[in-house]
Design a protein around this ligand. Structure first.
Ligand SMILES: Nc1ncnc2c1ncn2[C@@H]1O[C@H](COP(=O)(O)OP(=O)(O)OP(=O)(O)O)[C@@H](O)[C@H]1O
Ligand SMILES: [Mg+2]
Length: 275
């Protein structure tokens, strides 16, 4: 018998406000994630990937709510936990990074202060320990001058550095799960590749399970063991990365693969033109 998964989402239904009343935006989504495993959620814009992630994090946008289903994390049914307990569990055991790190970092506090506060409040460290650990974390996420970044505020960092700082915050309490919703979409191609490599390395080093969202199938295939394809609020196909890429069954998945191949071919032609 396979072990109880770290995360099990079953028959998740999410309603969002529509013009004439609630609209079902996520309809019966289900998947599991084992410890240390990475699952990629792909699919067109508006297909329900972010809402699903936000439901797992317990932070659905205002007016949206889970109308049914269960989200079980390490044996706890999150949808039945009191909000404060869910938040407490989530804040140390589930980390999150998003497309726009700047809007999740406090613009007026130094990175060091933000990290140290989390380490002291949630991690229970003393002032000195927190500072030392913050430096370690900044080095862990590949920031070359941790002492300098520690003293900087977010606007003094590039987009790639902000995402690394966000990642340091996300893994600061040694979580079991990292939810990463389009963390590289806003970055240039080179920085995107660096952040992806970092994610893969951290996953390995920290034994993190990762729920990773992107509409770039190539990016997902690089990082994830399994893929679930979203289409209009439902998962239309799921399997190992190899199965999905080699033998896509759903027409929508085939069109995603064709689009990715076309993008690659175009890039090669452009590379040829510029070289
Ligand atoms: N706050 C909200 N209020 C109303 N509708 C919303 C809200 N958030 C999401 N929706 C709707 O729910 C559906 C799913 O949205 P979601 O953000 O999960 O899509 P997504 O797959 O993450 O898309 P993208 O790839 O563009 O990020 C969309 O139709 C969207 O318009
Ligand atoms: Mg989204």
């Amino acid at each position: 018998m396979s072990p109880e998964p770290l995360l099990r989402v079953a028959d998740l239904q999410i309603e969002v406000p529509g013009e004439t009343g609630p609209v079902a935006a996520v309809r019966g989504v289900g998947f599991t994630l084992q410890r240390g495993e990475s699952l990629g959620l792909v699919g067109e814009s508006g297909s329900g990937k972010s809402l699903t992630c936000r439901a797992v994090l317990g932070v659905l946008p205002y007016g949206c709510h889970a109308a049914g289903g269960t989200i079980t994390f390490d044996g706890h049914d999150l949808t039945r936990l009191p909000v404060l307990e869910w938040q407490r569990l989530r804040s140390v055991r589930i980390g999150a990074i998003f497309q726009d790190p700047a809007s999740y970092l406090n613009p007026s506090l130094t990175i060091g202060r933000q990290l140290s506060e989390v380490l002291r409040v949630k991690g229970g460290l003393g002032r000195r320990e927190a500072k030392a650990r913050a430096h370690e974390l900044l080095a862990l996420v590949g920031l070359r001058r941790p002492e300098l970044v520690y003293r900087q505020i977010p606007s003094e960092l590039s987009g790639g550095m902000q995402q690394r700082a966000m990642l340091a915050l996300a893994v600061s309490c040694d979580p079991d799960l990292l939810v990463a919703d389009e963390p590289t979409t806003a970055l240039d191609v080179k920085t995107q590749a660096e952040v992806l490599a970092l994610l893969a390395e951290l996953r390995e080093r920290l034994g993190l399970a990762v729920l990773f969202v992107s509409h770039d199938l190539d990016v997902v295939a690089e990082l994830c063991d399994r893929i679930a394809v979203f289409h209009r609020g439902e998962i239309v196909e799921a399997g190992t990365t190899d199965e999905i890429i080699r033998r896509p069954r759903h027409p929508y998945t085939r069109s995603l693969i064709e689009a990715a191949a076309l993008a690659e071919a175009t890039e090669e032609v452009l590379d040829g033109v510029h070289s």
